[in-house]
Design a protein around this ligand. Structure first.
Ligand code: SF4
Length: 371
């Protein structure tokens, strides 16, 4: 398949493996930001192909994993109301909220109208077909999914839909990178940045981070060749003492990003503080609806009763440490025993982009996919 096969080509993979080895690298620790990259690294065993003194740690780029339990509780509270149809991406249904609340799947099993969508625009059709119901879309994700949410709100506004609203939990990558780099126990010496986020946002913001923290940031994709190419250029910079942003996903990413998508984001959203699951509040790391679109906000519509903040991480889950790259999933005492994809204790074991799910799927049985 064009744009896939050539990026899984064993000869090209071997070329980059050899090139990394020929750098004769010092010990370095690098973080891939996106959960999709984490899954590719484990699926293809890429971490085993690089020299043993190169450590790959996994970042917070799993939107389901970073959605705070309070938001799950709010979604459950909305779904439990008989006049509401709650629409969500499928991954969100099994993410646990606070211990006494359960998850969206359990409230659906008790009769709530919870629907799985692949596009937020489908929620508008549901709202049009159900004028006697309030249709709420649970909007999660990074800068990759936020433009589709923004387009949905914009169209709802144009159509003057009065029975459609949003529970918003969108997050931004750069502030999370700065939190990781500012932590006293930070181990990250180089980043692989997520190509799909940069496709939308470009990478101008990353240049300021690279300069301030003196760290190389390599924009790359999700296939084995993309990731090994990114690692090669990150290690090369570390070896010669450079700290710049390089784009090694040029088939998708431009420096300025997708300016039409950015305009839409700026029209609908404003930058707000956001709580990240297991990490806490990060200033300027979220997107909230602008006042002119408050008619589509579940809070402004008075649909939500107050939900108490969740104080304690349930079940000894260390997902906050996993999401910051401080620990790896097998270091969690519950990994693979009390916590499995069938019985997840935390979001990183639920999501298709979660690091714990990746280790369980590809490492528990020592499974590595052929190239
Ligand atoms: S293995 Fe389970 S309990 Fe441990 S950090 Fe991952 S999701 Fe949480």
């Amino acid at each position: 398949m064009k744009y896939v096969d050539e990026y899984r080509n064993p000869a090209v993979v071997q070329h980059y493996v050899s090139a990394i080895s020929q750098l004769n690298p010092h010990p370095w620790t690098m973080m891939e930001i996106c959960g999709g990259q984490t899954h590719a690294i484990l699926k293809y065993g890429l971490d085993a192909l690089v020299p043993s003194n190169i450590t790959l740690i996994h970042g917070p780029g799993c939107p389901v994993c970073v959605t705070p339990a309070e938001k799950i509780d709010q979604a459950i509270s909305l779904a439990a109301q008989p006049h509401i149809i709650l629409c969500s991406f499928g991954d969100m249904l099994r993410v646990p909220g606070s211990p006494d609340k359960g998850d969206l799947l359990s409230v659906k099993a008790m009769g709530a109208d919870v629907r799985i969508l692949y596009s937020p625009l489908d929620a508008l059709k549901i709202a049009q077909a159900n004028p006697d119901k309030e249709v709420v879309f649970f909007a999660v994700g990074f800068e990759t999914t936020a433009p589709a949410t923004a387009m949905t709100v914009y169209q709802a506004s144009q159509q003057k839909l009065s029975n459609f609203s949003l529970l918003v939990s969108h997050v931004r990558v750069p502030p999370a990178m700065e939190v990781i780099l500012s932590a006293p126990n930070c181990q990250v010496q180089g980043f692989l940045a997520a190509g799909h986020v940069c496709t939308v946002m470009g990478y101008l913001e990353y240049e300021a981070i690279a300069a301030q923290y003196q760290i190389p940031i390599i924009v790359t994709g999700f296939e084995p060749v993309d990731i090994l190419r990114g690692l090669y250029h990150c290690i090369r910079q570390l070896e010669v003492g450079e700290a710049t942003v390089e784009n090694h996903y040029p088939r998708s990413v431009r420096k300025q990003g997708n300016t039409a998508a950015q305009s839409l984001l700026q029209k609908v959203f404003e930058i707000v503080p956001q709580t990240w699951r297991g990490i806490g509040e990060i200033p300027a790391s979220g997107l909230g609806l602008k006042p002119e679109f408050a008619a589509f906000d579940v809070h402004s519509k008075g649909l939500l009763p107050p939900v108490a903040p969740v104080q304690v991480m349930p079940n000894d889950c260390i997902s906050g440490l996993i999401l910051q790259g401080i620990r790896k999933p097998p270091e969690c005492a519950a990994f693979g025993t009390r916590c499995t994809p069938q019985h997840p204790l935390g979001a990183p074991m639920v999501s298709s982009e979660g690091a714990c799910a990746a280790y369980y799927r590809y490492r528990a049985a020592s499974a590595v996919a052929p190239l």
